[in-house]
Design a protein around this ligand. Sequence first.
Ligand SMILES: [Zn+2]
Length: 161
Amino acid sequence: MTRIQIAMDKLSSKQRSWLMSRVKGKDTVPEKVVRSLLHNLGYRFRLHRKDLPGSPDMVLPKYNTAIFVHGCFWHRHKGCPKTTMPTANYEYWEKKFSENIDRDTRKERELRQLGWRIIIVWQCETATKRLGLLADRLKAELKLEQVSRNTEQSSNLKPIT
Ligand SMILES: [Zn+2]
């Protein structure tokens, strides 16, 4: 075989999953960025709730909201320049990516069924020059949740007769 294989190919499956866990693991830079952003905006949150499907990167109990910070490449951010397709081992990657997407979809569905709202933050949104936009988006989405909760609560009130 003369074709040049990418490095990933030379790794055992054990090494490969180690490498993946390093790349996708906790405390990635984008996750830290989102954490400090939320903190600066004054939101309270908890990290990696293991008892919830997909153990979301952050949860904001007050807002009933779980946040995932997704790497664009691994989680296939649509239309993003980081979402490249490796040319070598095409089948391996295609399978890997579709498994990732299926897993994400499943976890999100499970969380929604438990009554959680979900916010996905993409890695590319955590770039310093885009942080203002991200802050606006998070504030808007969390405000929306609060409004819908308040409406729900007030609709439960008995009308004054
Ligand atoms: Zn992206």
